[in-house]
Design a protein around this ligand. Sequence first.
Ligand SMILES: Nc1cc(-c2ccc3ccn(Cc4ccccc4)c3c2)n[nH]1
Length: 242
Amino acid sequence: MRIDVVTIFPGYLAPLREALLGRAVGTGLLDIAVHDLRDWTHDVHQAVDDAPYGGGPGMVMRPHVWGEALDDVLAADPRPARLVVPTPAGRPFTQAAAHAYAAQERLVFACGRYEGIDQRVVDHYAASMPVDEISIGDYVLVGGEVAVLVVVEAVARLLPGVLGNPRSAAEDSFSDGLLEGPAYTRPEVWRGHAVPEVLRSGNHGAIARWRRDRALERTAERRPDLIAALPPDALDEADRAL
Ligand SMILES: Nc1cc(-c2ccc3ccn(Cc4ccccc4)c3c2)n[nH]1
């Protein structure tokens, strides 16, 4: 998979070169290119923003610089691409979206700053390619870069060979629609807190049941919306007895 990121703060994307993702890039599983939007400005001030039409606070990113940048970035590789634009007003980015993105040959991320990017940029490219405006949560960031780090990590970990242990991607949170339950490791007792007995019993049936019960309890308590969204046949009799 090829990933391009266009931003006025390329340094913000440095973490993509670290650890797991860094190795994925090094082994050719992932090809990441970060581009400085200001490379496509022509004025001495390298202006990328201007006052919003209709008034209002802050500045908006000008369409023509984005158009020149995205035209060049898209033309640099023949693979079909999906343009992803983080914004507070976007559709929620979910694990399902991460799986959909992991199946893409190429993702191009446009990182806005200020009050966002002139809407005509999204409208223009949406006429010739898939474009997603996405939100990573109901809180307001200062720009799109952190959202891109989140999305790239969530997607890259699903790519075969990126994670050391492929099982965990298939069985992690949200894969069965529930939150992950509690996890424990040595020592058996830490500051007076013992590991739940069942986890040391070797009884795999009881362990699976206990883990499912803890995941159901946690999900019902913290994310009742996920319980409500489960398909009717998702909960068995033992689940309902909880
Ligand atoms: N989930 C999520 C995404 C963002 C996000 C993404 C891109 C940008 C570009 C500029 N801003 C700042 C901004 C503040 C207020 C209104 C509009 C834009 C961004 C915020 N915040 N929260």
